[in-house]
Design a protein around this ligand. Structure first.
Ligand code: SDX
Length: 427
């Protein structure tokens, strides 16, 4: 006998089925609530609301567990690589050597971006934020690839995945090149995906660009750690836009815009700006911890806290160690890293943060590595988007393949109930 949830309303008892996932999570299925009771639920920010059934990523906020398709993030970060993890997230299984080679080669078929896209990027001022350019260029890809994805065709879907992985990386780096006034680079099909990222960003026509394997390895790990995170704000955005049967590029573009916010993916840029402000103001970490605790002060400790993790974000642990490794391997002494560690130590000893389960999240240390790799601060969230791309694709593909209904939440109306129109000359 499956578990039932009972709800008593106005003297009547209603029963709703309880559903349980493979990781023993439980939900009350209220899909018939309004039909049966006339009531809807209210859950601002969806803290208690499941939007879908998914087999892609599992996270346990209390235990600090993150798994992609059943593999722990720790194991994938240590043993896998970004393209292999992308394949795993999107297609559901680790590829054979031949499948992975084919995937990388098939992505290479689509790494040339239509030259007319340059007219679009030329329209932006140099001061435009890279995330704004990226959202626009991603949406514009629809114009050059008008064939909508037939999700029921494995061939069509595979081609759309490879096209998105190939072109998104190139246009993401164009946002930096535009800001710097550099010529836009082309993907080099003789190099790997992550090697190409560094080339596309930093190779200048004036001379050869030396790819540093340490940097490539660190970036590959960072992209893995950002690849998916179940129903976060930007992924939920990709799913709900896709639920109207908008195309893949349009849905990813919406995800880029959602990720841009400083409470979400924009936090990695905000963390560096916060740490830099602390450094410039004498490194008084305690002062900023006090500001973060002050309800009258809008300042928050960026890179701290998480909607789901009420324990350490497992990604933050891995990135913190990687930051130490990369900086010492590259021989970089960055005072910002010391300030970050001091800030973390002070906050984690403070009851305000402990009592609210506020720990460093994925964004707290990532910017320190990006900075060490020469990535400019306003490109940090673009880095997050490059990492999150396979997760967005995987979640969009799952939602469309499962033929999920269009997303359309309800509300409780709190406005005027009945007003009579007054002609303007009588107002
Ligand atoms: C990401 O969802 C995902 O999975 C996202 C992500 C992914 O991979 O996709 O993990 C990536 O977005 C990580 C989060 C990056 N954002 C930041 O680092 C910005 C700083 N963090 C906060 O803004 C906040 O912690 C959120 C937005 C991340 C979570 O907010 P919640 O869950 O809505 O928590 P809340 O705002 O209700 O806060 C609960 C309490 C409040 O205090 P009280 O009202 O109880 O007194 O904690 C306080 C908040 O004021 N609080 C903070 C704080 N975060 C929460 N106080 C100071 N500094 C902070 N950072």
């Amino acid at each position: 006998m499956s578990e039932l949830a009972k709800l008593e309303l106005n003297g009547k008892v209603y029963e709703f089925p309880v559903v349980e996932g493979t990781e023993k999570e439980k939900a009350i299925d209220i899909s018939k609530l309004r039909d049966l009771t006339g009531y809807v639920t209210m859950d601002q920010g969806y803290k208690n609301t499941g939007a879908c059934f998914s087999s892609i990523t599992f996270l346990d906020g209390e235990e600090g567990i993150l798994k992609y398709r059943g593999y722990t993030i720790e194991e994938l970060a240590e043993k896998s690589n970004f393209l292999e993890v992308s394949y795993l997230l999107i297609f559901g299984n680790l590829p054979t050597k031949a499948e992975l080679e084919k995937f990388e080669n098939d992505i290479r078929k689509y790494t040339l971006v239509n030259e007319e896209m340059k007219n679009i990027i030329d329209g932006f001022p140099k001061s435009a934020h890279p995330m704004g350019i990226l959202a626009s260029l991603t949406s514009a890809l629809t114009a050059f690839n008008p064939k909508s994805v037939n999700v029921n065709s494995e061939k069509d879907m595979y081609e759309a995945v490879c096209k998105t992985m190939g072109k998104f990386l190139v246009i993401a780096t164009w946002t930096y090149r535009k800001n710097m006034g550099y010529p836009l680079n082309y993907y080099d099909n003789t190099k790997s995906y992550v090697e190409n990222f560094m080339r596309l960003m930093f190779e200048l026509p004036t001379g050869p660009y030396k790819i540093d394997p340490i940097v490539v390895q660190a970036l590959d790990k960072l992209f893995i750690l950002h690849a998916d995170h179940e129903q976060n704000c930007s992924t939920s955005t990709v799913r709900i836009v896709g639920s109207s049967h908008a195309g893949l590029f349009a849905s990813i573009s919406a995800g880029v815009s959602a990720l841009w916010g400083p409470l979400h993916g924009g936090a990695n840029q905000a963390v560096l700006e916060m740490l830099e402000e602390i450094r410039v103001n004498g490194g008084d970490v305690a002062k900023y911890v006090l500001k973060a605790k002050d309800k009258d002060d809008p300042f928050r400790l960026m890179g701290f806290g998480h909607r789901v993790y009420k324990n350490f974000d497992p990604r933050a642990k891995i990135i913190k160690k990687a930051a130490d490794d990369v900086l010492s391997t590259l021989g970089i002494e960055d005072p910002i890293l010391d300030i970050a560690k001091q800030l973390e130590k002070t906050a984690l000893e403070d009851d305000y943060f402990k009592s609210r389960n506020l720990y460093p999240n994925v964004d707290f240390y990532s910017g320190i590595i990006y900075r060490a790799l020469g990535i400019p601060t306003d490109m940090f969230t673009v880095m997050f988007a490059i990492g999150r791309l396979p997760g967005w694709i995987a979640q969009w593909k799952e939602m469309r393949s499962n033929k999920e209904p269009i997303g359309r939440p309800r509300q409780i109306f709190t406005g005027h109930t009945q007003l009579t129109y007054v002609p303007i000359n009588q107002r």
